[in-house]
Structures are given as C-alpha cells and as structure tokens.
Design a protein around this ligand. Structure first.
Ligand code: F6P
Length: 571
C-alpha cells in the first residue's frame, strides 16, 4: 500500500488523473465545432478582468473536465504551495533557496520579514537607488568620462539576465508615451558570446555616450564575462585613439563612469573595477529567469524610459500576485487555470508542444523569454518530494512567433500536421496604427482579423462533403482540415507597462502551477551545468596554437574530428 503522500505524488496513480484521462477520451469523440456551439459552455470559459479577457472555450474541455482539473489542483495543494512560495519557505530545496520574486513587486507599504529582515524594505532601497541613478543619467547630471550625456545603454547579460529585459523593452518601446520618454536614448542588448553579437552591439555608437550595464547574478558566467571584458577593452581603446595620453586616473574614471553592474557577487564586480556605488544588488532568492523584476530589469528600463514606467510594470505583476492570494475560486484564478489547461494539454492530451502566438510585433520577444521560463523551469524529471526519477515526462516544448508571420511559416503543421497547444495573445488598442484612405481596415485591424480567425479555423476545420464541394476528388483530402485543434486566447485591452507586467506574471505563475502538479522543483536548473563544464575542457584546446593528437584523444573520435576540422579552418 502506498501512503497518501506517495500516491498523491505519482501522477499516473492519481485517481483524478485517471478520471481526467477517461474524460479526455470521452471528449475526443466530440468535435471542437460541436463544443463551441454551446453558448453557455463558452460563456463559462471566459474570464474578464479590468484589463484583459481570458478565453479558453477553444480548449477541448467541458464543465466536468474543468471540475476535475480544479479537484487535481486541490489535491496537489497548489494554493498552499503558492503560499509557501510567497511566505519565503525554501521551496527551491535543491539549491536551498527561497523563491521570492513576488517580493520584488510588493509595494512600499507592505512587509515580508525573513530572519529578522524586511526584504520589501531592501527591495525598495535598491529601487530607490536605481531611480536616483537613472534620473541623474537621464538629466545629464551623471555623464561619461568626457562630460558627454550618456544616451546609449548596452545591457550585457545572458539567459535570465537578458531574455525578459529584451521582451519588456520591445513590448514598450513603440508605445507612444514611452517612445517620447526614451527619445534620444537607446537600449541595446549583448547576450551571445558570438562575436557577431559584440560587433553589432557596439556598431555605430558614440563611445563617449555609452553606458555598459553588466548584468550577471553570479558574475562568473563565461559569456557575459568575456563580453564585458571585451567591452571594457573596446571602450578604452576608443578613448586612447581619441585621447592618446590617457592617465591611469582617466582609465579609472572611464570604467567608473561608464560601467555599472547588477549582481549578487560584489567581490567579483569589485575585481572587474566597477565602483561599489555603481553596483545594484539583488538576492539569492531571485531566480535568474525571474530577475527582470529586480535591478536586472529596473536599471536598463529606467535608464531608457524613466523609473515611473518600471514601477507601472511592477504594479502589473503585483496585480497577478494579488489574484493568486485573493481569488475565491480556482476556476476564476487565471494563472492557475492557465497552468491547469497547460497540464491538461501536455500531460492528459499528449500535446507536448506549446506555441506562443502574440499578434503584436511589440511582443516579438515574448516567446523567446517564455521558452526559458517554461523549459528551464519544468524541463525536469525528478520528484522534489522523493528526490527520485519520476515515471512520467514533464513540461512542454515551447516555441513561438508573432502573428501573422508565424502563419506564413509553421501554421501549416498546426492546421494539417501535428496537434499542438496554441496560445493566442493580442491587444485591442494598437500601440501604433496605419490606415490610408483607400484601405478597408487599418493594419492593426487586419492583424487582429487573423487573431480571431485562426482559433476558429483550427477548431472548426473544413471537412464535410458540403464544405469540400467542387474540389476535385484527388485534392479533397489535401485541401481538407480536420479541425479539432485547440487554443486559448488572451486579449489585453492595451499593451502598456502595466499589462506587460501582468502578462509576464501570469505566465510565471502558470509555469509554477504546472511544476507544482508535476511535483518537480521548477526553480533550479541543474541541467545547464554539464555543458558548461565540458566547454572548459574544449576551451583549453581551442586556445592552443598547436594541438597534439594526444590532447584530442580526451574526446571521442567524432568530437575530436570536428575539433580538428575547426582548428584547421578557423583562420
Ligand atoms: O545557463 C542558464 C543560467 O544559469 C540562467 O539560469 C541564468 O539566468 C543565466 O544562466 C545567467 O546567469 P548569470 O546571471 O549568473 O550570469
């Protein structure tokens, strides 16, 4: 006999999961076009908030399936787990850490005391420093070494120290209000260690007006450190070309005025030569992929837009945290429902690929960030309760692309190939729009026509004799659409800093919800370590001018062959 605790962990043995599977097989016999003909059902699957509408009526679900998912959430103690997370328990047990990104968006008048320290106070003291620093740069009080205003900000960082920042920047930069606020300044990202990324990042900039922001939680990440050292050398070289007699003090002043860091590793930022007062800290309870809410996002985004806009983004995120806490019913709790639907699709329905489809160019980087958020969090295979391998696979493969570009790329497979779970995201009010006199609709209306048409096309399909009438028989099947493809839609009233924060927090909590159901630790990332270690061995060989055969023998014949080919052709 298994104990309650154990049987609760083993999803495959869960009675509710078995019921969900039976439900799925029952629903598989009902076509989506039939499900969608039920007005009451559709109504029950739309949740309206002040700023967006979440509609999951195009998912293969009925009221009973939803009830079962809610039951599973209750059995798995999802809300209790969120409370443990929000209260600062060390739920990231494999790293012995708390998971407290929520504290980053708590307001000044709230408090959360851990080991005698009010972390909300700490959070706001860093935010205050970011505000002061960014205001002084924006007002030209803090300048570069030669006294010129700093207007180009290069954010150096990778993974969690890059992706969300790029997403938020893109989400906001074309909004008319923020566009004005950022006039005359530019934010660039340098993430990849690929030299092309470096040369593009520094191309065409005025070195005297550039501020480098090194973002690295650990300040040891190989790519970020090499890029930062390169930027330092590049900057000094540019100064030396223009001012040949640079003194040691000048060099110090250049680094001190044009390099800042966001990190938890002060000894290393010190070694790099960054002034203590130019280091903005955060805490080990902020996971990399959640760190955009800390100085990681606050500093670059406040420099380019002003700190008020970042605060608005934080308020958006907080509104979703508050939903988790205050929502009376799981069915109304949108991030939880998104997680349950995700679980339904991946685990019960076997749709292991999730595609994020924002109908907004401003959200072009959202899928990239969600790839990391989802796959680094839930790409796991060990139970956090038993510390043993699970007997099931967790988490979906995630990719995406803004509509309508995606339609002309991979939608073929979604319509007539595999079963994917689709997530449509759009906003009613455009950030920018174009409509010339003779056009029937504006560009935004044209874009959004597709946002509404695609979920229906996927769900309804086109396959009856009547619908295929007139098509030559040999082409009939080629041109038929079985439909029955599922999706949900998230429609924002508008895309601004607040709703960008909401969107991100929704996805963060949906990913956590799924991880809690799977009984994994969604907050570590041991899977990225092995590759890093092996790269150390290769690096030593690539650094040598001449490599003896013996040294290649440390690698298997395939890899040594590839390395030899590389070494012979690299110049
Ligand atoms: O390789 C993955 C990762 O560890 C992420 O989790 C993290 O966000 C990123 O690398 C960068 O780490 P750091 O901020 O320490 O440079």
């Amino acid at each position: 006999m298994q104990s309650d605790n154990q049987s609760n962990i083993d999803l495959n043995n869960s009675k509710t999961v078995k019921q969900l599977r039976e439900k799925f097989s029952e629903l598989s016999k009902i076509h989506m076009r039939n499900l969608l003909s039920d007005v009451e059902r559709n109504k029950s699957m739309a949740i309206l908030t002040d700023s967006f509408l979440f509609d999951y009526s195009h998912e293969k679900l009925d009221a009973e399936a939803v009830e079962l998912l809610v039951k599973l959430a209750e059995e798995r103690g999802i809300l209790k787990k969120f409370h443990s997370m929000f209260n600062g328990e060390k739920i990231n047990a494999t790293e012995g850490r708390r998971v407290l990104h929520r504290a980053l968006r708590m307001s000044r008048d709230e408090s959360l005391t851990l080991d005698g320290v009010d972390v909300v106070k700490d959070v706001h003291s860093v935010l205050d420093r970011v505000k002061q620093f960014s205001n002084e740069v924006r007002e030209g009080i803090k300048t570069g070494h030669s006294g010129k205003k700093l207007t180009t900000f290069i954010s150096i960082g990778i993974g969690g120290s890059y992706l969300a920042g790029d997403f938020v920047y893109n989400s906001l930069k074309s909004h008319p209000t923020y566009e004005k606020l950022s006039e005359g300044s530019e934010l660039r990202f340098l993430a990849n260690v690929c030299p092309i990324d470096f040369s593009r990042a520094v191309k065409g900039i005025d070195f005297e007006q550039t501020l480098f922001i090194v973002i690295s939680k650990t300040f040891t990440t190989a790519e970020t450190m090499l890029n930062s050292r390169n930027c330092k050398q590049w900057l000094l070289q540019k100064y030396r070309e223009k001012y040949p007699n640079l003194s040691d003090n000048d060099v110090k002043s250049i680094i001190s005025k044009q390099f800042v860091a966001v990190s938890t590793n002060i000894p290393e930022t010190d070694k790099f030569g960054i002034d203590k007062e130019n280091v903005f800290g955060f805490w080990d309870w902020v996971g990399g992929r959640y760190s955009v809410w800390s100085a990681v996002g606050a500093l670059p985004l406040s420099l380019v837009f002003g700190s008020d806009i970042f605060e608005e983004f934080l308020r958006g995120g907080k509104s979703i945290d508050d939903t988790i806490i205050s929502c009376k019913s799981i069915k109304e709790n949108i991030p939880l429902m998104m997680g349950l639907i995700g679980f339904w699709n991946t685990f019960i329905s076997g749709k292991t690929t999730r595609v994020i489809l924002p109908y907004s160019q401003a959200l072009c980087k959202f899928p990239n960030h969600i790839q990391q958020l989802d796959m680094e969090s839930n790409g796991k295979s060990v139970s956090i309760t038993t510390n043993k391998f699970l007997n099931y696979e967790c988490g979906p493969v995630v990719f995406g692309e803004p509509g309508t570009n995606g339609q002309h790329s991979f939608y073929q497979l979604i319509h007539q190939g595999r079963n994917l779970s689709c997530e449509f995201i759009g906003h009613s009010k455009p950030q920018q729009d174009v409509k010339y006199e003779n056009e029937l609709v504006s560009n935004h209306e044209e874009l959004m026509s597709n946002f509404f048409a695609q979920p229906d096309a996927l769900a309804n399909g086109k396959f009856t004799e009547e619908e295929l009438k007139g098509i030559p028989s040999e082409l009939a099947e080629h041109k038929s659409f079985k439909g029955d493809k599922t999706s949900f839609s998230l429609l924002l009233k508008e895309l601004n800093a607040y709703t960008t924060g909401q969107l991100l927090a929704l996805y963060e909590h949906r990913v956590a919800t799924e991880g809690f159901i799977y009984d994994i630790n969604s907050f570590d990332q041991w899977g990225v370590e092995l590759g890093k270690v092996l790269a150390n061995d290769v690096r030593k060989i690539l650094a040598k001018k001449v490599v003896g055969d013996e040294e290649y023998k440390k690698f298997n014949s395939s890899t040594s062959n590839l390395m030899k080919f590389f070494n012979e052709n690299k110049i």
